[in-house]
Design a binder for this molecule. Structure first.
Ligand SMILES: Nc1ncnc2c1ncn2[C@@H]1O[C@H](COP(=O)(O)OP(=O)(O)O)[C@@H](O)[C@H]1O
Ligand SMILES: [Mg+2]
Length: 509
């Protein structure tokens, strides 16, 4: 019995590593039958309870446990769907069949979904007993909504990443719109762990798919510039499982911390600012205060230089209940906090504070102070300290970051510094120096030294401080804050006409 379970688990893992991609790409599973489960080399099962009950009982207990988990997930999805303002979000209208299917991940229907003999899946599904087509809330995705039709003809498919539950692919629809396609990762930890435990692929799939449904509902209900945009979804029958779900979302690029550390302070500040704007929204969202229980950088992506949250299946709106302050204990690897228990018996602002401390430990400490303009350092250090100690809430933190943005954009941050140019510069309008580059850090150009400045005086100051700098060229390009991009040069031997640029040549040292 045990051997059979292990073989099924291993077979499923192998077959569905490929299966995930096929699902996403709308290739019917029946054309690609999974290979038979291998008999040897199966991964070891996790340690189970030592005294093994008789097989029948063991199976029944497993089926009941899985059914309970399915039921809990289903109810959670319903809670998010129906939570406050559901009616206000779109008024009452009849559910379109496709929307109805969003809630219909539970019972088996097609012949392809027949239970394996002896496996507990049918019992689990029946015991979970989620109603089909009777969901009372509504998702109200607004048209134009993308669906199966749109992902039938995709090109440029590329694997982007996967986490615990989902696999994500880039795809180009109609040779024009690049999107991200998300589906349950059959080879991922979530499904593999469940299959090892319960040997019930269909129900394990559903358990994982509920996370995607929850994420879709949250992506739909939390509308903000820093929440990834949901374009649509598709149900398709494949790999012996009916109604596998693929979501179609805005495309981003996975967040790479190492890469971010190599970019300019201005770009790193943008990440922190977008994160704070997101957390401010989440603290005051239409669903209440939302916390991201899994806050690691890989749950976010970058879209046009802005940070956006993509992984919402671990988001929560429950505020912990308490009878005393000691119930409101928040534990982090390097620090613990005890928050006050309110008279209503809730841990005060726990969701908001958890987000904020995570923002501090995963983002602010690395991205905010490092190579910032020196006059902004005291304010940035204050922000880092205050969030690291949880002295401020998100409102104050957001206000302080917006203040930094204003100081930076307005050039006020330059006012305190003494600005006595060392060298004199000759202005050459409508001129450009094509070569004579040198490298500097953090440059916007990998071959030359391209930096952003508030005005020509700041460019002079920078050129004064680099001994190699003998000239610079003001371009007509600007950064996200409106600052001008400037090329710094080692010489001015070859000056070319260019109506969009102004060259400044150092005439004395
Ligand atoms: N829209 C997207 N654009 C680009 N990459 C994405 C997108 N969404 C997710 N990813 C990448 O895929 C990975 C897995 O997605 P995620 O939703 O976090 O799945 P899981 O719930 O399994 O952690 C992420 O860590 C991220 O790097
Ligand atoms: Mg993730």
């Amino acid at each position: 019995m045990r051997r059979r379970k292990i073989a099924v688990a291993a077979g499923c893992c192998l077959a569905f590593l490929l299966g995930t991609l096929l699902n996403v790409l709308f290739i019917p599973g029946s054309e690609h039958p999974p290979p038979p489960p291998p008999r040897d080399g199966a991964p070891p099962s996790p340690p189970g309870p030592p005294p093994e009950p008789p097989e029948e009982e063991e199976e029944a207990a497993a089926a009941a446990a899985l059914a309970r988990q399915l039921q809990e997930r289903y109810e959670e999805v319903l809670r998010y769907r129906q939570h406050r303002g559901a009616a206000a979000a779109g008024g009452r209208r009849a559910l379109r069949p496709r929307e109805r299917r969003l809630m219909d991940l539970a019972p088996p229907r097609s012949s392809a979904e027949q239970p394996r003999p002896g496996a507990p899946r049918s019992r689990a599904a029946a015991a979970a007993g989620q109603p089909r087509g009777r969901a009372s809330g509504e998702l109200s995705l607004e048209p134009p909504l993308l669906g199966c039709r749109d992902i039938r003809d995709v090109s440029g498919v590329q694997y982007l990443g996967s986490g615990y539950t989902k696999a994500v692919y880039k795809a180009v629809l109609n040779r024009s719109l690049a999107v991200a396609l998300k589906a349950v990762d059959f080879g991922g930890h979530d499904v593999a762990h469940c299959v090892r435990q319960f040997s019930a692929l269909g129900d394990c799939y559903r358990l994982a798919a509920y996370k995607i449904v929850k994420e879709m509902i949250l992506l739909q209900r939390l509308r903000h510039a820093n929440v990834l945009q949901l374009y649509g979804y598709c149900y398709q029958d494949s790999n012996d499982i009916p109604d596998t779900l693929t979501t179609i979302t805005e495309l981003g690029s996975p967040l790479e911390m190492i890469q971010l550390l190599q970019t300019s302070w201005e770009d790193r500040f943008r990440i922190c600012l977008s994160l704070v704007r997101l957390l401010h929204y989440l603290a005051h969202s239409p669903l209440g205060s939302v916390t991201l229980l899994d806050f690691r950088p890989r749950q976010f992506v970058i879209v046009d230089g802005e940070l956006k949250v993509t992984d919402l299946d671990d988001a929560s709106i429950e505020e912990s209940s308490c009878t005393s302050n000691s119930d409101c204990f928040m534990e982090f690897p390097a620090r613990n906090f005890t928050l006050p228990c309110s008279v209503e018996g809730r841990c005060q602002n726990m969701n908001e504070k958890r987000n904020l401390y995570n923002a501090y430990r995963f983002f602010f400490t690395y991205l905010l102070p490092h190579s910032a303009p020196s006059s902004l350092r005291p304010l940035l250090d204050k922000i880092v300290n205050a969030t690291g100690e949880l002295h401020w809430g998100i409102d104050e933190t957001a206000a302080q970051l917006e203040r930094v943005l204003n100081l930076y954009k307005s050039g006020e941050y330059l006012q305190n510094t003494t600005r006595i140019p060392k060298a004199e510069y000759r202005r050459v309008p409508e001129a450009f120096i094509p070569d004579e580059n040198y490298r500097c850090w953090p440059s916007y150009h990998h071959k030359g030294c391209l930096l952003s400045v508030f005005d020509v005086n700041e460019a002079i100051e920078i050129c004064d401080s680099y001994s190699q700098c003998k000239a610079f060229v003001l371009t007509n390009q600007t950064t996200w804050t409106g600052r001008q991009l400037v090329f710094f040069k080692t010489a001015s031997n070859h000056i070319m006409p260019d109506p969009d640029k102004i060259t400044y040549v150092k005439v004395t040292d």
